[in-house]
Design a protein around this ligand. Structure first.
Ligand SMILES: Cc1cc2nc3c(=O)[nH]c(=O)nc-3n(C[C@H](O)[C@H](O)[C@H](O)COP(=O)(O)OP(=O)(O)OC[C@H]3O[C@@H](n4cnc5c(N)ncnc54)[C@H](O)[C@@H]3O)c2cc1C
Length: 435
């Protein structure tokens, strides 16, 4: 037992899960599994919150292979929900966020817990998002002696942490893993006094006026300035069945989910840098990788293309788009593609599809409060100022031509400095009381 989590082996599955008098959530995990490391603290937090209404059970997949196989669990982490001896709800697997897990639990319970009494926190700068932009902003703001709190809905990292290697960030030995780069940034921000808070899912923001407000599940934060650095998320594959198979064959992060495809065939959809580089990365695990791209040439850099062309585990299907994703209950069996020049339709057998067709900004919660362009990006230029005083937008979330780790970090620097200047100017503006 850890907190209210029960660790079991398959011999206790029937008693603890199928015969449980309350609903149960079963978490298959593995060792050396980065998405399991991300999920572990989320699971613990959920167990603290919902543990009296749903039983939280953990089981190691490698040590309980027969049970995993009988349940159709092929990868870690996988979450399954049971009630009265039957599986219910939607299973989740792969790289999971707190909102995804919370929503699934509430779906099984059939209601939402009322919010607890909220803790109040005051600070100078609230930074939303713990990717390269947010962490860089935290370094600059904290170093300027501002009381700085960074809120991240998962664990810090963002897109950079989902990249197995970054070869174009200056000042590294040449190539650095995204997780190492981000861990360094976090350490640096904390060394200057920034508070980096994990698992803070944001429910509400109020950006107008001199006092900015952010509400998470358990806290209310009040700050003098806000830096929005919520970045982007992958664009979903626009194909029939793609949503249904997400996490069960359709994936958006090769670093997170690639290891599940040891000696299996996968496809990669896309033709930019991310698609081509991640296809090469996937050849470490997969027996074969097919890249499906809608044009007759890649948009990736020459170096990335050369690596893919010379890799004999990779082949490429040009001029084609995925129309349908199909499979059995728990696993993918293939994708249907259409050649957009000839109209030919054919099926490509595969067990995994990794999608890299671009990203979209994460700005839903700011709509109506700050200027956002037609594509969903927050309108801000190089100085990261938005149309709202005291609100800055840094990194992939803002309107800009180049979205890279180094440009996100540069934005963070600008936003940290601009926030300090803004706060200082506000202090000067406070009228002196004449008595
Ligand atoms: C597969 C892939 C490969 C890439 N390879 C490279 C490369 O080799 N070199 C390179 O320079 N760039 C690369 N990029 C691009 C680069 O990763 C991004 O441009 C950069 O990381 C963006 O950083 P960011 O901080 O602006 O946003 P993100 O990295 O998206 O970070 C945003 C953070 O905000 C959090 N967040 C979002 N909404 C909320 C909320 N409501 N509450 C709390 N937290 C929230 C997210 O969880 C996330 O941690 C790659 C991108 C991808 C997807």
């Amino acid at each position: 037992m850890s907190g209210s989590i029960l660790y079991i082996d398959s011999d206790r599955f029937e008693q603890e899960v199928l015969k449980s008098d309350k609903p149960a959530i079963l978490y298959f995990y593995s060792e050396d599994c980065p998405p399991c490391e991300v999920l572990a603290p989320i699971y613990e937090k959920m167990a603290e919150k919902y543990g009296d209404r749903i039983k939280f059970v953990k089981i190691m997949r490698q040590a309980n292979r027969d049970l995993a196989k009988s349940l159709g669990v092929t990868g870690s982490p996988t979450l399954l929900f049971f009630r009265n001896g039957l599986e219910v709800g939607k299973r989740l697997s792969g790289f999971l966020s707190k909102p995804q897990v919370r929503t699934a639990i509430e779906g099984v319970l059939g209601d939402v817990l009322p919010p607890p009494e909220l803790k109040k926190e005051n600070c100078d700068v609230i930074i939303l998002g713990g990717g390269a932009a947010g962490l860089s902003a935290a370094i600059y703001a904290a170093r300027a002696k501002l009381n700085t709190i960074l809120l991240e809905e998962g664990v810090p990292g963002g897109q950079a942490a989902s990249t197995y290697h970054i070869a174009n960030y200056p000042g590294t030995p040449g190539v650095i893993s995204g997780t190492e780069l981000i861990a360094n940034m976090r350490k640096q921000a904390e060394s200057f006094g920034a508070r980096v808070e994990d698992l803070r899912e944001i429910f509400e923001v109020k950006l107008q006026g001199p006092e900015k407000y952010v509400r998470t599940e358990d806290e209310e934060y009040y700050g003098k300035a806000i830096i929005i650095a919520t970045g982007g998320k992958p664009k979903p594959l626009p194909a029939e069945g793609a949503e249904e198979f997400t996490g069960r064959g359709v994936h958006y992060c090769a670093t997170c989910d690639g290891p599940m495809y040891q000696n299996r065939k996968v496809v990669v959809i896309g033709g930019g840098n991310s698609a081509v580089e991640e296809a090469v990365f996937l050849t470490r695990y997969a027996s074969h990788v097919t890249i499906i791209h809608q044009f007759d040439h890649f948009q990736a850099t020459k170096t990335a293309q050369e690596e893919a062309f010379k890799n004999d585990k990779i082949d490429i299907i040009w001029d084609s788009e995925v129309r349908k994703v199909h499979g059995e209950e728990h696993s993918l069996t293939g994708v249907t593609i259409e050649n957009i020049k000839t109209g030919e339709i054919r099926e490509i057998p595969t067990e995994g599809a990794f999608v890299y067709i671009g990203t979209q900004p994460r700005t839903e919660i700011f709509k109506g409060q700050v200027q956002i362009d037609d594509n969903g990006y927050i309108v801000a230029s190089e100085d990261t100022k938005t149309n709202v005083e005291g609100v800055f937008a840094a990194g992939d979330v803002r309107t800009k031509p180049i979205r890279q780790v180094v440009t996100a970090a540069a934005d963070g620097a600008a936003a940290g400095i601009m926030a300090e200047r803004y706060i200082t100017s506000q202090v000067k503006r406070i009228p002196v009381q004449v008595r």
